[in-house]
Design a binder for this molecule. Structure first.
Ligand SMILES: [Zn+2]
Length: 234
Protein backbone atom coordinates (compact mmCIF):
# COMPACT_ATOMS: atom_id res chain seq x y z
CA UNK A 1 0.00 0.00 0.00
CA UNK A 2 2.64 2.50 1.08
CA UNK A 3 4.63 1.75 -2.05
CA UNK A 4 1.65 2.52 -4.25
CA UNK A 5 1.00 5.86 -2.51
CA UNK A 6 4.65 6.78 -2.72
CA UNK A 7 4.74 5.93 -6.42
CA UNK A 8 2.13 8.49 -7.38
CA UNK A 9 3.52 11.04 -4.95
CA UNK A 10 6.98 10.78 -6.51
CA UNK A 11 7.85 13.73 -8.74
CA UNK A 12 8.51 13.20 -12.43
CA UNK A 13 11.95 13.99 -13.86
CA UNK A 14 10.80 17.35 -15.37
CA UNK A 15 9.34 18.32 -11.98
CA UNK A 16 12.67 17.54 -10.34
CA UNK A 17 14.52 19.64 -12.94
CA UNK A 18 12.12 22.50 -12.27
CA UNK A 19 12.69 22.30 -8.50
CA UNK A 20 16.45 22.36 -9.01
CA UNK A 21 16.11 25.37 -11.29
CA UNK A 22 13.88 27.12 -8.72
CA UNK A 23 16.51 26.61 -6.05
CA UNK A 24 19.36 28.16 -8.06
CA UNK A 25 21.49 25.48 -6.42
CA UNK A 26 20.94 26.68 -2.83
CA UNK A 27 18.70 25.24 -0.11
CA UNK A 28 15.34 26.99 -0.34
CA UNK A 29 15.21 27.64 3.39
CA UNK A 30 16.09 31.38 3.45
CA UNK A 31 17.80 30.98 6.85
CA UNK A 32 20.04 28.24 5.46
CA UNK A 33 20.77 28.77 1.74
CA UNK A 34 23.45 26.08 1.88
CA UNK A 35 25.06 25.44 -1.51
CA UNK A 36 23.69 22.11 -2.72
CA UNK A 37 26.75 21.06 -4.70
CA UNK A 38 30.16 20.22 -3.31
CA UNK A 39 33.31 19.73 -5.35
CA UNK A 40 34.98 16.39 -4.76
CA UNK A 41 38.71 15.76 -4.75
CA UNK A 42 38.18 13.44 -7.70
CA UNK A 43 37.19 16.48 -9.76
CA UNK A 44 33.51 15.58 -9.98
CA UNK A 45 30.75 17.05 -7.82
CA UNK A 46 28.16 15.66 -5.43
CA UNK A 47 24.89 17.20 -4.37
CA UNK A 48 22.93 16.91 -1.18
CA UNK A 49 19.72 18.56 -2.30
CA UNK A 50 16.55 16.66 -1.51
CA UNK A 51 13.05 16.99 -2.85
CA UNK A 52 10.83 17.48 0.20
CA UNK A 53 7.05 17.08 0.31
CA UNK A 54 5.16 20.02 1.79
CA UNK A 55 2.20 17.72 2.51
CA UNK A 56 3.71 14.29 3.16
CA UNK A 57 3.46 11.53 0.56
CA UNK A 58 1.47 9.46 3.05
CA UNK A 59 -1.34 10.62 5.35
CA UNK A 60 0.57 9.76 8.53
CA UNK A 61 3.74 11.58 7.41
CA UNK A 62 4.76 15.16 8.29
CA UNK A 63 1.94 17.64 7.50
CA UNK A 64 0.00 14.65 6.19
CA UNK A 65 -3.55 15.02 4.88
CA UNK A 66 -5.65 11.94 4.20
CA UNK A 67 -7.95 13.90 1.90
CA UNK A 68 -5.14 14.96 -0.44
CA UNK A 69 -5.07 13.53 -3.95
CA UNK A 70 -2.05 11.26 -4.38
CA UNK A 71 -1.03 12.67 -7.75
CA UNK A 72 -1.20 16.23 -6.36
CA UNK A 73 1.28 15.26 -3.67
CA UNK A 74 3.94 14.52 -6.28
CA UNK A 75 3.24 17.73 -8.23
CA UNK A 76 5.54 20.74 -8.31
CA UNK A 77 3.11 22.77 -6.16
CA UNK A 78 3.60 20.41 -3.22
CA UNK A 79 7.39 20.11 -3.40
CA UNK A 80 10.37 22.14 -2.30
CA UNK A 81 14.10 21.55 -2.68
CA UNK A 82 16.02 21.59 0.59
CA UNK A 83 19.45 20.56 1.77
CA UNK A 84 19.50 17.15 3.47
CA UNK A 85 19.75 18.82 6.87
CA UNK A 86 16.76 21.16 6.46
CA UNK A 87 14.70 18.33 4.95
CA UNK A 88 15.32 16.20 8.03
CA UNK A 89 14.54 19.03 10.45
CA UNK A 90 11.39 20.10 8.58
CA UNK A 91 10.06 16.53 8.69
CA UNK A 92 11.09 15.81 12.29
CA UNK A 93 9.54 19.05 13.56
CA UNK A 94 6.49 19.53 11.31
CA UNK A 95 4.71 21.72 13.88
CA UNK A 96 7.56 24.23 13.58
CA UNK A 97 7.47 23.87 9.79
CA UNK A 98 3.82 24.18 8.75
CA UNK A 99 2.66 24.07 5.14
CA UNK A 100 2.44 27.87 4.91
CA UNK A 101 6.05 28.33 6.03
CA UNK A 102 7.48 25.89 3.48
CA UNK A 103 5.42 27.45 0.67
CA UNK A 104 6.59 30.88 1.77
CA UNK A 105 10.24 29.72 1.56
CA UNK A 106 9.66 28.46 -1.95
CA UNK A 107 7.76 31.55 -3.08
CA UNK A 108 10.32 33.97 -1.67
CA UNK A 109 13.15 32.19 -3.53
CA UNK A 110 11.22 32.42 -6.80
CA UNK A 111 10.57 36.14 -6.28
CA UNK A 112 14.21 36.81 -5.46
CA UNK A 113 15.49 34.92 -8.50
CA UNK A 114 13.04 36.80 -10.71
CA UNK A 115 13.96 40.12 -9.15
CA UNK A 116 17.68 39.48 -9.67
CA UNK A 117 16.94 38.88 -13.35
CA UNK A 118 14.71 41.93 -13.54
CA UNK A 119 11.68 39.87 -14.52
CA UNK A 120 9.46 40.22 -11.48
CA UNK A 121 5.77 40.88 -12.02
CA UNK A 122 4.72 43.47 -9.50
CA UNK A 123 1.33 43.92 -7.88
CA UNK A 124 1.24 47.68 -8.42
CA UNK A 125 2.45 50.36 -10.84
CA UNK A 126 4.34 52.00 -7.98
CA UNK A 127 6.45 48.87 -7.44
CA UNK A 128 7.22 48.57 -11.16
CA UNK A 129 8.13 52.27 -11.15
CA UNK A 130 10.49 51.75 -8.20
CA UNK A 131 12.12 48.75 -9.90
CA UNK A 132 12.92 50.77 -13.02
CA UNK A 133 14.03 53.95 -11.28
CA UNK A 134 17.64 53.01 -10.32
CA UNK A 135 18.47 52.07 -13.92
CA UNK A 136 16.63 55.02 -15.44
CA UNK A 137 18.23 57.55 -13.11
CA UNK A 138 21.71 56.13 -13.72
CA UNK A 139 21.16 56.48 -17.46
CA UNK A 140 19.85 60.04 -17.03
CA UNK A 141 22.92 60.96 -14.99
CA UNK A 142 25.35 59.48 -17.53
CA UNK A 143 23.55 61.15 -20.41
CA UNK A 144 23.59 64.54 -18.69
CA UNK A 145 27.26 64.19 -17.72
CA UNK A 146 28.86 62.56 -20.76
CA UNK A 147 26.10 62.53 -23.38
CA UNK A 148 26.38 63.97 -26.88
CA UNK A 149 24.43 67.08 -25.90
CA UNK A 150 27.52 68.36 -24.08
CA UNK A 151 29.97 70.88 -25.51
CA UNK A 152 32.49 68.36 -26.75
CA UNK A 153 30.18 66.96 -29.41
CA UNK A 154 32.19 68.41 -32.26
CA UNK A 155 35.37 66.68 -31.02
CA UNK A 156 35.01 62.90 -31.22
CA UNK A 157 38.39 62.42 -29.55
CA UNK A 158 37.45 64.39 -26.45
CA UNK A 159 37.76 62.42 -23.24
CA UNK A 160 34.04 62.74 -22.60
CA UNK A 161 33.29 61.21 -25.98
CA UNK A 162 35.43 58.18 -25.16
CA UNK A 163 33.85 57.82 -21.70
CA UNK A 164 30.42 58.16 -23.30
CA UNK A 165 31.14 55.33 -25.73
CA UNK A 166 32.31 53.09 -22.94
CA UNK A 167 29.40 53.89 -20.62
CA UNK A 168 27.01 53.31 -23.49
CA UNK A 169 28.10 49.71 -24.02
CA UNK A 170 28.96 48.86 -20.40
CA UNK A 171 26.12 50.51 -18.51
CA UNK A 172 23.50 52.38 -20.50
CA UNK A 173 22.50 49.65 -22.96
CA UNK A 174 22.45 46.93 -20.26
CA UNK A 175 20.28 49.25 -18.14
CA UNK A 176 17.87 49.74 -21.05
CA UNK A 177 17.64 45.97 -21.43
CA UNK A 178 16.85 45.61 -17.71
CA UNK A 179 14.19 48.31 -17.95
CA UNK A 180 12.60 46.57 -20.94
CA UNK A 181 12.56 43.24 -19.09
CA UNK A 182 10.79 44.84 -16.13
CA UNK A 183 8.28 46.53 -18.45
CA UNK A 184 7.64 43.29 -20.36
CA UNK A 185 6.88 41.47 -17.10
CA UNK A 186 4.47 44.22 -16.09
CA UNK A 187 2.61 45.12 -19.29
CA UNK A 188 -0.69 44.58 -17.46
CA UNK A 189 -0.01 47.84 -15.61
CA UNK A 190 0.63 49.92 -18.74
CA UNK A 191 -1.93 52.40 -20.01
CA UNK A 192 -2.69 52.48 -23.73
CA UNK A 193 -0.58 55.63 -24.17
CA UNK A 194 2.29 54.05 -22.27
CA UNK A 195 2.21 51.01 -24.54
CA UNK A 196 2.83 53.32 -27.50
CA UNK A 197 5.67 55.01 -25.63
CA UNK A 198 7.23 51.62 -24.89
CA UNK A 199 6.96 50.65 -28.57
CA UNK A 200 8.92 53.78 -29.53
CA UNK A 201 11.41 53.14 -26.72
CA UNK A 202 12.01 49.61 -27.99
CA UNK A 203 12.79 50.91 -31.49
CA UNK A 204 15.07 53.55 -29.98
CA UNK A 205 17.01 50.92 -28.00
CA UNK A 206 17.32 48.69 -31.06
CA UNK A 207 18.87 51.57 -33.00
CA UNK A 208 21.14 52.42 -30.09
CA UNK A 209 22.43 48.86 -29.87
CA UNK A 210 23.10 48.60 -33.60
CA UNK A 211 24.88 51.96 -33.67
CA UNK A 212 27.11 51.30 -30.66
CA UNK A 213 27.97 47.76 -31.60
CA UNK A 214 29.58 48.84 -34.81
CA UNK A 215 26.68 48.30 -37.16
CA UNK A 216 26.85 51.95 -38.16
CA UNK A 217 23.38 52.98 -39.01
CA UNK A 218 21.54 56.19 -38.39
CA UNK A 219 19.55 57.39 -35.45
CA UNK A 220 16.08 55.96 -35.95
CA UNK A 221 13.75 57.06 -33.17
CA UNK A 222 14.68 59.56 -30.46
CA UNK A 223 14.37 58.54 -26.82
CA UNK A 224 10.70 59.15 -26.01
CA UNK A 225 10.65 61.69 -23.16
CA UNK A 226 7.43 60.12 -21.82
CA UNK A 227 9.59 57.17 -20.71
CA UNK A 228 10.68 59.28 -17.74
CA UNK A 229 7.13 58.98 -16.42
CA UNK A 230 6.44 55.33 -17.20
CA UNK A 231 4.44 53.65 -14.40
CA UNK A 232 4.42 57.00 -12.54
CA UNK A 233 1.08 58.08 -11.18
CA UNK A 234 -0.64 60.41 -13.56
ZN1 LIG B 1 19.15 23.92 4.30
Amino acid sequence: MTKCVRGKANPTQPTKFRLWADSSGYCQNPDCQAPLFVDLKSGSAAHFGEVAHVIAASADGPRGDDTADEADLGAWDNLILLCANCHTIADKAPADHPIELLLEWKESRLRRVEASLGIASFATRAEACDAIEPYASQNRYLHATFGPDNDYRIDPEAEEAIVWQREMTDTIIPNHRRILRIIDANTAHLTHAEKETVAAYRVHIGGLIRRHHGDGGIRTVLFPREMDKIFADS
